[in-house]
Design a protein around this ligand. Sequence first.
Ligand code: SF4
Length: 339
Amino acid sequence: MNFEAVKQLIKEEGLPSFRLTQVREAVYKRGISSWKEASSLPEALREKLEKEYPILSFKVSKIVCSHQDRTAKALLTLKDGLQIETVLLKPQDSWSVCVSSQVGCALHCSFCSTGKMGFKRDLTAEEIADQVLFWFQYVRKEKLAERISSVVFMGMGEPLLNYVQVVEAARNLSNPDYLNIGARHISVSTSGIADKLHKLAIDLPQANLAISLHNADNAERSKLMPVNRKFDLDDLKDALEEYIAMTGRQVFLEYSVLENVNSRPEHVRKLADWIYSIKDNYLLHVNLIACNLGRGEKTPERVVKDFASGLKAMGIGVTIRKSMGNDILAACGQLAAHK
Ligand code: SF4
């Protein structure tokens, strides 16, 4: 919702400022999905808002729920007709939203459906934050929860290539007057746009950072993730050292295990060597995930477990993460505005 525009309207109409508090309360605390539900507001204001100030900046075209786990995916149609996807998931005991930051993506990672769409445009801060507002309305309406507890920028697009809008959206999401999602419950995942990490450490010092690494060999990583030709593992190492020195925060290294591509013992060794080459590497933690190979198919569990054991034996902190929403193409690398 464009809260600033509503604020301006209330001012222009000469309405008392408590009306703004009522708007905030209705939208961000009760999760109304239509202004008609804002019963505390005068009828004339409700009508004007309903006509000219939509609560969400997109139409919800489709919602699909997973039969396997607690995951749902929505297809959203933006004002210009372009479409994006956003995911609601409950990995543990609270609800999290995975937001898209761009329509499509220019980076063409070989394992990613979004990359195959190509890049269409950046999302605005409002379009990003509204994805969370939409799921907030949903969990309340479906009586699943009172609130959304965390947000991950891991949907369609590379967040750090839409930097200004992503930072604004993250700040709005953690604003106590809006959805009040703690800054430490917001995670930004990047394919490794090394030259933005310094600024990120200043602008969102409390947010969690995840790097989609997937390979610690430059030539192999460049094949999987062409962005590595611009920012290679040395650039990433330097940027991470600086980021850690500035924030003192733990950084997550995401590694999607693809059998026979990046899963062999030499990959374990290279990953461990790269981690050990980084200053303060005790703050690096590897998250392993079984790569989604297609509908319902994943890298076998034993391959992921062997990789994890190899890393542990070399003293690296590692967790195997559950890939969720595989059956509805909502898992990592699968979002692509499916009709
Ligand atoms: S994995 Fe992320 S950065 Fe790579 S193509 Fe997909 S959306 Fe873009």
